[in-house]
Design a protein around this ligand. Structure first.
Ligand SMILES: [Zn+2]
Length: 400
């Protein structure tokens, strides 16, 4: 017991989600200008792409689908379909299924599109860009949709919607304290003490697997819902209407938060049923390490979007890929638990309020640092690494 307390105190001392940097307003210098200020500005910029392609005689169609909620009737999911030379291949780039991660996703998409426009030539393959898979979450800075549903657990099948996650069951009460959120010392030690006990007795994999998703507890974190949400159905339909005559699909979904700070992680599937997928994956991403849910520092997700794409189109060689930009060193124990605590606090504050204004401010800052860091070096790293990786993947996919 005493040992746990010391261990918890030791980890508490490491809890520093800001990396010694204060949260600053959005920077607007250098390449970081691609980072949008908000949902509305980002969407307006995205909507302007179709006209820009058309003025270069490159066929492009835009789509906009409303996602009405009780708080706002101006939320939409927007897509752009650019017709390439080869009609048999489709590259999908999507972003923002977790709302606050769309700042980086939109920045990268903008750089990618601006570069395409600069070359003035038609792309080799058809390209479908989806701007904001979770417009509510982007606008109101939440990972979930208005119903607390994590949309990247919501592209599930019937069986998954009815499933139980045993790892989650063992930690669910730590993940959803039912009183106002507070970041004080006692609350912090309490969280670390509880989670370290689970970590030691149940193992790291239990904690990691608890992040996979759960379909039972509506106010808890990583809740995937009871049925497909409108946002998921719209996104799926956008893909369905773009796959006629396709023999190959590469679907890249953009995320932030998990992994080493400032590093781009490639997160693939470990469930491939065909050799063609494994071979194609290797040809598109030959020199990088692809993490899967089986790896020691990662976790499998159920009901995620890129897996929906390949699982529902077995007649097409479809490759799922998540680009995840690390922010929090979650591969370390202290970084992982610190980001978990941030997610718990934000969810707790949303449902049960905050103990004080100061607590709310601290939690909001932690949440921002976790999914949309304001440090210009981080933003620069996202743009640099993401742009290179997207271009390499596009080129290799085109010549396959
Ligand atoms: Zn994400």
């Amino acid at each position: 017991m005493i040992l746990f307390l010391f261990l918890s105190l030791f980890i508490v001392a490491q809890d520093n989600p800001y990396n010694n940097e204060l949260t600053q307003p959005l920077t607007t210098n250098g390449l970081t200008t691609h980072f949008p200020k908000n949902f509305v500005q980002s969407r307006a910029r995205f909507r302007s792409y179709a006209g820009a392609f058309k003025s270069l005689n490159i066929p492009a169609e835009s789509l906009s689908r409303p996602v009405p909620t009780s708080i706002s009737n101006d939320l939409t999911i927007d897509a752009l379909f650019i017709k390439g030379v080869n009609p048999h291949k489709l590259l999908i780039i999507s972003a923002g299924i977790h709302g606050p991660e769309n700042f980086a996703g939109s920045a990268l998409m903008d750089l990618y599109v601006q570069n395409m426009l600069k070359t003035k030539s038609r792309p080799h393959v058809d390209i479908l860009l989806i701007h904001s898979l979770n417009p509510y979450g982007f606008k109101y800075f939440r990972r979930t949709n208005p119903y607390n549903i994590d949309l990247n657990r919501n592209h599930a099948d019937k069986q998954e919607f009815q499933s139980t996650n045993p790892s989650f069951e063992s930690v669910k009460s730590i993940y959803e304290p039912t009183y106002p959120a507070t970041t004080g010392f006692v609350s912090k030690v309490g969280f670390y003490f509880a989670i370290m006990s689970k970590y030691i007795f149940k193992g790291k994999k239990t904690i990691l697997n608890s992040l996979s998703g759960q379909y039972k507890y509506e106010k808890n974190i990583f809740y995937g819902g009871k049925e497909p949400q409108l946002e998921s159905l719209i996104a799926q339909k956008m893909i369905e209407s773009s796959i006629e005559n396709k023999t190959a699909i590469l679907h890249i979904d953009l995320h932030t938060g998990f992994g080493e700070n400032g590093k781009l992680h490639f997160y693939g599937s470990d469930e491939f049923t065909s050799d063609a997928q494994a071979t194609t994956l290797k040809s598109i991403f030959p020199e990088i390490t692809i993490d899967t849910g089986k790896d020691k520092d990662f976790y499998p997700t159920s009901g995620d979007f890129v897996d929906w794409t390949w699982k529902n189109h077995p007649q097409i060689t479809a490759i799922p890929m998540v680009f995840e930009f690390g922010t929090s060193n979650s591969q370390t124990i202290s970084g992982g638990l610190s980001s978990l605590w941030t997610s718990i606090l934000e969810n707790q504050g949303h449902h049960y309020g905050y103990a004080s204004k100061a607590d709310e401010k601290i939690v909001r800052n932690r949440y921002e640092s976790l999914f949309n860091p304001q440090r210009s070096e981080w933003q620069q790293a996202v743009v640099d690494q993401g742009f290179k990786a997207l271009n390499n993947a596009t080129e290799r996919f085109s010549v396959l």
